[in-house]
Design a protein around this ligand. Structure first.
Ligand code: SF4
Length: 191
């Protein structure tokens, strides 16, 4: 039985209090491998994402997860969920993206704070440390100590991780439709 810890954290956006539901669970690293399908999920990046091959953290530049994680035995998964109603002071066009970017940034901060010295954070998104990734200029990563890969780039089925482990359904925005909530997920590999 996986223990799921849930709490609510309060952060601020444009001087307003925003509540985020934080869910955390930890499993043996071997159990996350069922959700890995690099070929299928990297093909979505290749076909649909403008960052493909334009960041060191994105396919095809992301290492194989099995190689990257071989010295770790556990993975702690973090899910942040934020109700979009709290962003109803924004325009309809800005609401979903504003809520998502805020949630992702807060998760990213939480992961960086919680990354142990002998562990490794798996970020909530592709690396955004530099305005333009050094790969565009054919140079090595400017901040190799800070850059972190993410679950999607490794080739994980993130939707299935959320339904199977968190019993949580992703909701998507569409034209004129604001989802009830936005979600962001990251992880920490541990010894
Ligand atoms: S730290 Fe900068 S150069 Fe390195 S992957 Fe991130 S954006 Fe690219």
């Amino acid at each position: 039985m996986i223990e799921l810890k849930t709490d609510t954290i309060v952060k601020h956006f444009k001087n307003r209090k925003i509540e985020i539901e934080r869910k955390v669970l930890e499993i043996p690293k071997s159990e996350i491998l069922h959700f890995l399908n690099k070929e299928e999920f990297n093909s979505h990046c290749r076909n649909a994402c403008p960052n493909h091959n334009r960041k060191w953290t994105c396919p095809p530049n992301c290492p194989n997860f099995e190689d990257y994680s071989k010295s770790y035995s556990k993975i702690q998964l973090f899910l942040f969920v934020t109700s979009t109603k709290q962003f109803d002071f924004l325009s309809q066009e800005e609401c979903s993206l504003g809520a998502y970017n805020f949630t992702k940034e807060e998760l990213q901060n939480d992961l960086r704070i919680n990354e142990p010295i002998d562990g490794k954070m798996i970020a909530a998104n592709s690396c955004e440390i530099c305005t333009s990734c050094s790969i565009i200029k054919g140079k090595s990563c400017y901040f190799p100590e800070k850059m972190r890969y993410n679950l999607v780039a490794f080739g994980f089925n993130v939707g299935k991780i959320l339904t199977d482990l968190f019993q949580h359904e992703l909701k998507w925005s569409a034209k004129n439709i604001i989802p009830e909530y936005v979600s962001s997920v990251g992880a920490i590999l541990k010894k």
